[in-house]
Structures are given as structure tokens and as C-alpha cells.
Design a protein around this ligand. Structure first.
Ligand code: SF4
Length: 442
């Protein structure tokens, strides 16, 4: 297998708060935090403008190539092809600059926690020595007391004892991409020579699932293929006993629709697939495997917050740094057009705060006002949020559209609403029935 071939990536994107990406970390502001380390003014004092959002999650591309050639990969199979010009491995000088930028950003925002996801391509191609140096460099540049959470999102085929020792040493969480059983997974996730990757990933998961390593396992990331049996995929994935499971919709938009999704059609192939999995997962007791998409949806229909950027409303708080030091926003925009990702910024000349003010990030509209009329009038808007930003794109017309998955999202959300409402109603009835008689005089 060639590590350097212009193949495809197995890693999926942290925009979905992928298995390794985790949720947004808590952000208490410690009273003792010193003044910003840089000469920058306080972000709150800039021209009476509201403070820019801060980076909560940095997706750091440590290797720009992959050892798999997955045909649904957004990195190599979509519009943005700049990976061809980038260094394969991020250079030490670039890492040092990233660390400096991250440290100054945390200090300026008086922030005490940030998450970095080591990403690719396939990040393990960088090797344990390089990854060790990267994490040490990043941690060494943080303000005193600040915490760096680190995850790695990998296709798993290179995961071995040496990498896991590194993960234990630095507290790195490991998210692995797998699309189901052998047939389901190997439909897309293949080596460049056509061999399926399932057997190698399964071996890695058995290693990761051992009691001595399980604490480092963040979860599995599965890209939905509606040609695969939903319950077969679900059962095969939970058979590995992952702590979490993320189900991702394949990337696509109105101009480059996902497989079996007719833009503007009323059929719901993805909604039906997800509902089938939800109905198998939801009544399971006890539930050993959380499914982020469903847990977020349940939280949203009950008035809470989403743990995934695929649903609800989210500020653009993810930053991506490529192996050449280029700063970009959410990686999923690679699937839209070549220009949507370009900021013209890099860690050598620009701070993360400058990047956050760039129109492609700060200018990215958020909230209901930025959505299409159809979304603003939609009864499930508060849960859906218009879907993932990249899925709203139409060439030449931007992002002010419902998600290309609109009918699927509506079907899933309505279903979850009904199930949760029935449970709440039953709980309410039980609570009334179980309530002790009110004491006399009260
Ligand atoms: S279901 Fe469709 S119309 Fe409703 S908010 Fe989502 S994308 Fe918009």
C-alpha cells in the first residue's frame, strides 16, 4: 500500500463533532487568569463590536495523504483539490507557529481549554514520533493552567501498540471510521489496490477495545450508505462495543447531490434509514453506545443544545490548519466549491483572531435570520437549524437554501419528536399516578 499516493482519506470531519472530535469543552473563565499575553486589545474592546467567537476546536492536518482510497471521501473526491500542492507531513516550524497562535488565542480570550483533533488525510501516517512532537509542542505553548484536549480521527489500519502507548502518554482520544460489517464497509472503504479495509480495522478495534486501552477510545464514525441495511450496519458496529457512534450523512449539496438523494424530491431514503436505526437503538436498555446524532436530536426537541454541527445552530468555532499552515474554517466546505474554503490566511502571517474575522468564517451567517424562507417557516427549525452548512450549498447561489437533505431531516426529526413526546407523556402520567396524596392543609 502506498502512503503517498493521491488517494483518499479515511478520516471524517470534525464538523460533525466526530468520534475523536468530542463535544465542545466546558469553558469556565478562571478568575485568576492573567492578562492576555499578546499586545492585542481585549476582544471585547474592539471598536465596540461584539467579541469574535473563539476557537474551541482546532482541526490540525498533520498528514495530507491517505493510505485508503474511499470513494466517498470529501477530501480527495470533491471540489477542493489543493491537497495536491501541500506538504505530506506538517513541518516542525509550522507546528511551532500553530502552537504559538493557539497559545496567544487562548490567552487573549482568557480561555482555559481547547481541543485539537489530529487529522488528515490519515494522521497516523505521520508516525508516532512526529505526533508525539506535535502534542508536546502544542502543550508547551499554552498559557499557564490551560488544558489541551487532543483527539485523533483515524481509519484505524495503522493503529498498533506503539500508537496506543502514545495515546496513553498524552491522553489522546481515538476515533475510528468504519461503515458497518465487511460488506457494508468495504463497499467504499478500500485500499488503492481495491482490497477492503474491514479486516484491518476490525483488528484495530479489538486492540482498542481491550480493557487496558478502552479509556482512549472515543468512538466509531460511520458514513451512512442507504444501500446498506440500516439494522445490519447498526448491529455490526455496536458488536465492537464502542462508547459512542456517530452517523454521518454523506457530503453533498444541491449542485452535487448525495447518492440516492434527489434534490427537491420528497422521498426520504436517509430519513427512513436513520429512523430504522433510531427505533432499534432508542429502546435499548441499558444503552452502552451513545449515538451523537440521536442524542443531539433528543436534546434539541427537549429545548437543549446540539452536540453536532449537523443539527441546530452553531457558531463557527472550528478552525482548520492545513499541513502548509493555511488557516481555513470548517473542512466540509471542501465539498462545495474551490473558493468557499479559501481565506488567504496562514499561521505565519495571521492570528486565529484575524482568521475568525475573515468573511469566510465571521461572515458565515448563523442563526435563523441567515436561513432560507422555507427554513424560517419550518416547524422543526429549532431542532434542524437548516442542517449542516455545507449541505445547503447551490453553485452560483450560495448557502441560503434548506439542506439538500431537507425531507430526510424533517422525517427524522418529526419521528424523534413523536417518540420523545410519547415518553414524556407516559412519564407525566406515571408521576401523577405515583404522587402521594397531598397532606391535609397543603
Ligand atoms: S427540515 Fe428542511 S425546511 Fe426545515 S429547517 Fe431543516 S432544512 Fe430547513
Amino acid at each position: 500500500m502506498s502512503a503517498g499516493a493521491p488517494t483518499s482519506a479515511a478520516a471524517h470531519h470534525a464538523d460533525h463533532a466526530g468520534a475523536a472530535a468530542g463535544g465542545a469543552p466546558p469553558e469556565p473563565v478562571p478568575a485568576h487568569r492573567a492578562a492576555p499575553a499578546t499586545g492585542d486589545p481585549s476582544p471585547a474592546a474592539d471598536n465596540d463590536m461584539p467579541p469574535p467567537p473563539r476557537v474551541r476546536q482546532l482541526v490540525l492536518k498533520v498528514h495530507s495523504r491517505c493510505n485508503l482510497a474511499c470513494d466517498h471521501c470529501y477530501v480527495y473526491r470533491h471540489a477542493d483539490q489543493r491537497w495536491r500542492e501541500r506538504p505530506r507531513v506538517i513541518a516542525p516550524g509550522t507546528v511551532a507557529r500553530v502552537a504559538q497562535r493557539l497559545g496567544e488565542h487562548l490567552a487573549r480570550h482568557r480561555s482555559d481549554r481547547v481541543r485539537v483533533v489530529l487529522h488528515g488525510g490519515e494522521p497516523l501516517l505521520a508516525g508516532p514520533t512526529v505526533l508525539d512532537r506535535i502534542v508536546r509542542t502544542l502543550r508547551g505553548a499554552l498559557p499557564p493552567g490551560a488544558v489541551l484536549d487532543v483527539g485523533v480521527q483515524t481509519n484505524g489500519v495503522l493503529l498498533d501498540d506503539e500508537f496506543l502507548a502514545l495515546c496513553h502518554r498524552h491522553g489522546i482520544d481515538v476515533g475510528v471510521s468504519l461503515d458497518g460489517d465487511r460488506a457494508a464497509n468495504d463497499r467504499h472503504r478500500r485500499y488503492p489496490d481495491g482490497r477492503g479495509s474491514f479486516a484491518d480495522v476490525a483488528a484495530a478495534l479489538r486492540l482498542l477495545g481491550r480493557p487496558e486501552h478502552r479509556s482512549r477510545w472515543a468512538g466509531l464514525l460511520c458514513t451512512v450508505d442507504v444501500d446498506n441495511d440500516p439494522l445490519g450496519v447498526y448491529e455490526s458496529l455496536v458488536a465492537f462495543d464502542p462508547p459512542r457512534l456517530d452517523l454521518l450523512l454523506p457530503h453533498g449539496n444541491w449542485s452535487a447531490p448525495p447518492p440516492r438523494r434527489r434534490p427537491g424530491g420528497t422521498d426520504t431514503p436517509y430519513g427512513d434509514w436513520l429512523v430504522a436505526v433510531f427505533d432499534r437503538w432508542y429502546p435499548t436498555a441499558p444503552r452502552r453506545t451513545g449515538i451523537r446524532l440521536f442524542e443531539s436530536l433528543i436534546a434539541l426537541v427537549l429545548g437543549g443544545r446540539s452536540g453536532t454541527r449537523a443539527l441546530g445552530f452553531a457558531e463557527p468555532d472550528i478552525m482548520t490548519v492545513e499541513t502548509d499552515g493555511t488557516i481555513e474554517g470548517t473542512d466540509t466546505l471542501k465539498t462545495t466549491d474551490d473558493a468557499s474554503m479559501r481565506t488567504g490566511l496562514d499561521v505565519f502571517r495571521h492570528s486565529f483572531d484575524e482568521a475568525l474575522r475573515h468573511p469566510s468564517l465571521a461572515g458565515r451567517p448563523t442563526g435563523p435570520a441567515a436561513l432560507a424562507d422555507q427554513c424560517r417557516a419550518c416547524p422543526v427549525l429549532s431542532a434542524c437549524g437548516g442542517g449542516l452548512y455545507a449541505h445547503r450549498f447551490r453553485a452560483g447561489a450560495g448557502f441560503a437554501h434548506p439542506s439538500v437533505y431537507c425531507p430526510d431531516l424533517y422525517r427524522l426529526i418529526r419521528h424523534v419528536q413523536r417518540v420523545v413526546a410519547a415518553d414524556v407523556e407516559a412519564l407525566h402520567r406515571r408521576a401523577l399516578a405515583d404522587a402521594p396524596a397531598r397532606p391535609a392543609g397543603r
